[in-house]
Design a protein around this ligand. Sequence first.
Ligand SMILES: C[S@@+](CC[C@H](N)C(=O)[O-])C[C@H]1O[C@@H](n2cnc3c(N)ncnc32)[C@H](O)[C@@H]1O
Length: 215
Amino acid sequence: MKPTRSRANWLFFRQWLRNPFSIGAVMPSGRELANAMAEASDSDSGRFVVELGGGTGNITQALLDSGLPAERLIVIERDRRLYRVLAARFPEIRILNMDAVQALEVLNEECHGKVGSVVSGLPLLSMPPEFQEQLLAESFKLLGKNGDFIQFTYGPVSPVSQRRLGKLGLRAQKVSRARLNIPPASVWRFVRISEWLQATRDAAQRKQNRAANAA
Ligand SMILES: C[S@@+](CC[C@H](N)C(=O)[O-])C[C@H]1O[C@@H](n2cnc3c(N)ncnc32)[C@H](O)[C@@H]1O
């Protein structure tokens, strides 16, 4: 049976009381933040989207609402009770009740390079640096060309330090802000530095060509 929104929110709060560092928020993301996460992700290239830390499914719903077909979405949620909420709410989606890093390792066997975005609601700020590194390394192994890792944070800066990102060959950019969320949050995109440099060079070349054609 599908849980009502208030029952799902109540369960989320109870799970937070039990394990605040793992749940990372007192209530699920609001619609503005969920939509901003979906908008930032690659839902129309025909590739898979993998969502980490699905919670009660608000970002999952926004991804589906943005036009992503259910068979292209894979959701990972470690908490057993929240997993059951997700499974009842989205019977058409593949949901893995596993730790994110372990699930990414499994998915790397199956759909390596076929994923356009990894969309993360994990509380990265409360996770140890080694976990952050493993998570990003496994995610970027899974992501195809120009794939990106989308993460929200309640903090003012990137939830992964520039030093750690540099070590992994990644670059972070803030893409939007959900001011009305409780608490307010921002959405970040992590990409491979090599692909970002190539895209920047291509854009400069296109601009030069346009100017030459107009002259
Ligand atoms: C801040 S909540 C976000 C929930 C939902 N995405 C949202 O935005 O409302 C973080 C979620 O990540 C899950 N989580 C935390 N650590 C995890 C891990 N290592 N692997 C998988 N899920 C994890 C928690 O159980 C929780 O549901």
